[in-house]
Design a protein around this ligand. Sequence first.
Ligand code: PLP
Length: 464
Amino acid sequence: MKYISTRGNVEAKGFIDTVLMGLADDGGLMIPSEIPIISAATLEEWRSLSYQELFLKIFSYYTNDEIPYEDLKEMVYTSYANFRAPEVTPVHPINDSLYVLELFHGPTFAFKDVALQFMGELYSYISKKQNKIIHILGATSGDTGAAAIQGVRGKEGIKICILHPHGKVSKVQELQMTTVDDSNVLNLSVKGNFDDCQKVIKDLFADLDFKSKYHLRAINSINFVRILAQTVYYFYAYLQVEGSADKKINISVPSGNFGNIFSGYLAKKMGLPINKLIIATNENNILERFVNTGEYKPGDFTSTYSPSMDIQVASNFERYLYYLIGEDTEKLSAYMSALQSDGKITIEGETLQQVQSDFAALGVKNELCLDTISKYQKAHGYLLDPHTACGIAAYEAFNGPDELGITFATAHPAKFDEAIALIDIKQEFPEEIEALFLMPQHQTVVDHNKDEIVQLLKFFYEVN
Ligand SMILES: *Cc1c(COP(=O)(O)O)cnc(C)c1O
């Protein structure tokens, strides 16, 4: 299998080169040149597989023998060995028609661990194989940075620097990043907002001399390996749910950058018979507006109780658009230029009908989010985090009679206690999170000043 860019101007690449490239060199996103189809019979055979076994089956279609099976196997088992649940992503039944897929049993209590634990192992493997240093550089609004740091801390051949906005991530997120004391980790706490951090990173990646001199690599969800790692739990969830052989299954996904839900779209294209893919967002509802009206237009940014979904530009949207308009790279490039120049993309007619048969979408208001947390706590004794609560509210809006719903729990409630405390629910923190409050923090607070950040990076890469 080869990988190509949505914009058509990158020579076809293998799996490892695709992982290392991150964003395609022509500004597009990398995708497989063809999507393998899993037959119903094969799917049935997979029902009894463990998470790790299923991961190996799915990845084998994509890695092109560039990674020997035994090596891949070792990476997969190591990646998930430090999850707190043996199933990796256990399915929790709530009632006759609703299951929650708990994606938060990794080291940082959010779903990003599932892909980033593996990505850390993979980067380390590639670094050893190619005898090359890997410097990961990224900006985070909280969850991605914490998960990426946990994925590579202490690993040889890799250094990681993460920028986060000073004082603007949740307390637990800050502690998860800054209590790590491994010498290959640098936390920069930037006096500014997330967009300021993101801007510095974009400038540094655009500086091709700096990028190649320091072997910069990205960890954001534009990387195809993250998308692929996330398809595994769509298959796993589907196969674990009782009744999935004869009932329609809907999957509701708390969404921001369109990364997680795109993995679901890919799983469906591979033959997983998902009925409705439900996009749950918050008041930053660009995706809801797109599905309902065909207009994709970044609007004003709103801070909500589910900050990891406070996103206006959904980077992975481009991958979906590519398939929607018939895998036409020229047409896609034209759409992306239009987004640049007009600030929006508009889809109409049959193409819009296609969007509406691919997805349902709901932007959940703050109040409904909190009400949903209270309701499920009272009725089922199950505490939802605010992101998951948006997913549940969207499931309630779209799940039909005789259909089964699986909602993804993308974070543990302890991670977002600020919102949960508002409705007078007192939760006990898991001991791993409790312990963070007693540990010393390691971070460098810097002004939002690119030159100063570059100096710190050079010192980190060359001296430290
Ligand atoms: C990142 C994140 C999301 C959004 O996922 P996308 O892949 O960006 O759509 C949702 N919930 C939580 C808790 C997250 O950390």
